[in-house]
Design a protein around this ligand. Structure first.
Ligand code: SF4
Ligand code: SF4
Length: 132
């Protein structure tokens, strides 16, 4: 999220829907958090837990910073890239208030595509095996 760092913006941490890859979970556990603290799961889709007010469980409301920043989920690192709901292609998130300063980035697009493939494979495997 170097882009977000640059603008000192954490808006996407206030009400995030952040899917977790297995490697994200392993990395955050190594960072010092139990998975029972931060992982929510619904029908094979694992996401970062949100507090009752919608904020990410890792968002520090006092500092405005992410408590697992070096180990944050890949999805957070990919901001402000998202997936277009119409054609399911990677694109800059137009809801990002700084996206007008973000050029199209083929490297981020490729990373987002690879991320999606991995995520879909993991979700499919969990649903098929019932192994959550
Ligand atoms: S993990 Fe960190 S960067 Fe990602 S939404 Fe939560 S607080 Fe924000
Ligand atoms: S993607 Fe945009 S709106 Fe979201 S935290 Fe980063 S700079 Fe802020």
């Amino acid at each position: 999220m170097e882009f977000c760092d640059k603008y000192h913006c954490a808006d996407c941490c206030l009400e995030p829907k952040v899917p977790l890859l297995n490697e994200d979970i392993d990395r955050i556990i190594m960072h010092g958090f139990y998975d029972a603290y931060f992982v929510d799961e619904d029908q094979g889709i694992k996401t970062v837990r949100q507090r009752d007010d919608g904020t990410c469980v890792f968002y520090n409301k006092l500092s405005g910073l992410c408590e697992v920043y070096p180990s944050r989920p890949e999805r957070c690192k990919l901001n402000p890239y998202t997936i277009c709901k119409d054609n399911l292609e990677p694109e800059v998130d137009r809801a990002c208030k700084h996206c007008n300063q973000c050029n199209k980035d083929p490297v981020s697009e490729k990373r987002m595509s690879e991320y999606l493939v991995t995520l879909e494979k993991e979700i499919e495997w969990r649903r098929r095996t019932g192994h959550f």
